[in-house]
Design a protein around this ligand. Structure first.
Ligand SMILES: CC(C)(COP(=O)(O)OP(=O)(O)OC[C@H]1O[C@@H](n2cnc3c(N)ncnc32)[C@H](O)[C@@H]1OP(=O)(O)O)[C@@H](O)C(=O)NCCC(=O)NCCS
Length: 160
């Protein structure tokens, strides 16, 4: 992996940064399927407490040149193991998500893995496809980040 991009375990101090990053309007629009109210710190803290206590979750903080750029995680909240990630806007467009996901997947042997992405989130779709995910389905649902029903792709990272 690019030496400037690293993964490490999540630390308490990361949360203030994640909280700011989850409120960035362009990111909320892109991701679409987000928290109901990204500025609600109580809901944020309760969500992350559940994430950290959940043995079925694997999560890493993404660092770029030592700074907290975002996070990448695998959860099983809907049954199947599903990948998700989020970068602060200042870190977009540098290949960080692709490199971070590639490294995360090399540490996580679970296959198949799944991901969901709003159909117009071209950046995230590209990140997943560059890491070997294939579009295997479609769905749609109410997206809190947009306040409207939004079409999404379901992607699968198959067994080797
Ligand atoms: C989506 C996101 C993770 C992309 O991160 P990134 O580090 O900028 O992505 P990369 O630099 O690794 O780019 C990967 C590819 O996607 C393309 N890409 C990235 N953002 C793009 C955008 N907004 N529009 C079009 N293409 C985009 C890049 O050009 C690159 O393509 P290439 O390799 O063919 O040149 C980041 O924008 C983000 O965190 N967004 C908000 C949260 C989100 O959407 N999370 C995913 C929910 S499914």
């Amino acid at each position: 992996m690019n030496q400037e991009i690293q993964l490490r375990d999540v630390r308490e101090a990361d949360f203030d940064i994640f909280f700011v990053q989850q409120q960035e309007p362009a990111a909320v629009h892109m991701a679409a399927f987000t928290a109901k109210d990204p500025s609600d710190r109580t809901a944020f803290d309760s969500h992350w407490a559940k994430v950290l206590a959940d043995a079925g979750v694997t999560i890493q903080t993404i660092l770029y040149q030592g700074a907290v750029a975002g996070s990448v995680l695998c959860h099983r909240w809907f049954g199947e193991p599903e990948i998700s990630y989020w970068l602060g806007e200042a870190f977009w467009g540098k290949g960080i998500a692709t490199a971070a996901l590639h490294e995360f997947l090399s540490q996580l042997p679970t296959r198949p893995l799944f991901a969901r992405v709003a159909q117009d989130n071209i950046g995230s779709l590209r990140v997943l496809q560059k890491c070997g995910f294939l579009i295997t389905g479609e769905d749609k649902g109410f997206a809190a980040g947009r306040g409207e029903e939004t079409a999404e792709y379901i992607l699968t990272l198959p067994d080797e």
